[in-house]
Ligand binder design. Structure first.
Ligand code: GLN
Length: 280
């Protein structure tokens, strides 16, 4: 295991030991904690482990190799074609759930749903919520659908999945002025920004890149959110480390929102902006 971890460290993997352990646990089909009491790895498992280690050293994301991404209380299926959900986005969900508290059947829209991490977590943790997950990337929306079907089968409140563009002025027109919460982890990485190889080579470009300042898609998102939200309805949008002032400025500049605030993640970095639809 020490050799495996060293190999990943040399390849520039950020958490080499944990990744090596998780890959071995995956191959053996046991939780990582069980590795402590393991004295022997059967030959075929050792071969599979070596293969996965090679791929991880080639900077294939850990979650693509295990096929799973933990997010809050769920485990989402992920792989080529879909953005791997990140732990920092869990806080946006935490914030959103607090806004929904006390609303028996809130109407919720997740714009740019990817794996469905946000939408499916909200449905799981606030079962009365009527959640629609919107995804424009034809490859990614297959994953949204797959995960939504799995959660429905597991007994969660169904989430509606819609193939659509969050900047489309006609998107979900039937919900105009009727939505309690719009939440989004949009593509916000400024064009040309340096991102880890796992991200650059394996996350879908449509989920990442947001134009020169990273906020091109967000501009369209704000118009859609303003149209969909009822007066007093809530908006929560994740952003990049450097956008902790720029996004609040953009939301205030729109004119249709009040109570604009920015929130840090657990590492203390500015992570998401929230606001309410004016007129409530
Ligand atoms: N936070 C992501 C990253 O680490 C970017 C996500 C996004 O653009 N929505 O690259």
């Amino acid at each position: 295991m020490t050799d495996a971890a060293r190999r990943l460290a040399e390849a520039g993997v950020e958490s080499p030991r944990v990744d090596a352990e998780l890959l071995l646990a995956h191959v053996l089909g046991v939780p990582r904690t069980r590795l402590l009491t393991l004295d022997r790895v059967p030959g075929d498992a050792a071969t599979r482990f070596a293969d996965l280690l090679d791929q991880r050293a080639g900077r294939v994301p850990l979650q693509h190799l295990t096929g799973r991404a933990p997010f809050r209380h769920l485990e989402l299926a992920v792989g080529p074609g879909v953005f791997v959900p990140r732990p920092e986005t869990e806080l946006l969900v935490e914030w959103a759930l607090a806004r929904l508290a006390g609303l028996p059947e809130p109407v919720v829209v997740d714009l740019g749903a990817g794996s469905g991490a946000i939408a499916l977590s909200l449905a799981h943790e606030h079962p009365g919520a009527r959640v629609t997950a919107v995804e424009r990337d034809p490859g990614a929306v297959e994953w949204t659908r797959h995960n939504a079907a799995a959660r429905r089968q597991a007994g969660d409140t169904p989430v509606e999945v819609l193939a659509g563009d969050m900047t489309d002025p006609r998107l979900l027109a039937g919900l105009d002025g009727a939505v309690d919460l719009v939440v989004s982890n949009p593509p916000y990485v400024p064009d040309g920004a340096r991102v880890p190889r796992e991200v650059a080579d394996h996350d879908p470009p449509l989920a990442l890149w947001g134009g020169p300042d990273g906020l091109d898609v967000v501009r369209g998102l704000l118009r859609t959110a303003a149209r969909l939200l009822r007066p007093g309805g809530h908006l929560g949008v994740e952003h990049a480390d450097q956008q902790g002032s720029a996004l609040p400025v953009l939301v205030r500049g729109h004119g249709g929102f009040t109570g604009v605030a920015d929130h840090p993640d657990l590492a203390g970095r500015p992570r998401f902006t929230t606001a309410r639809r004016a007129g409530g």
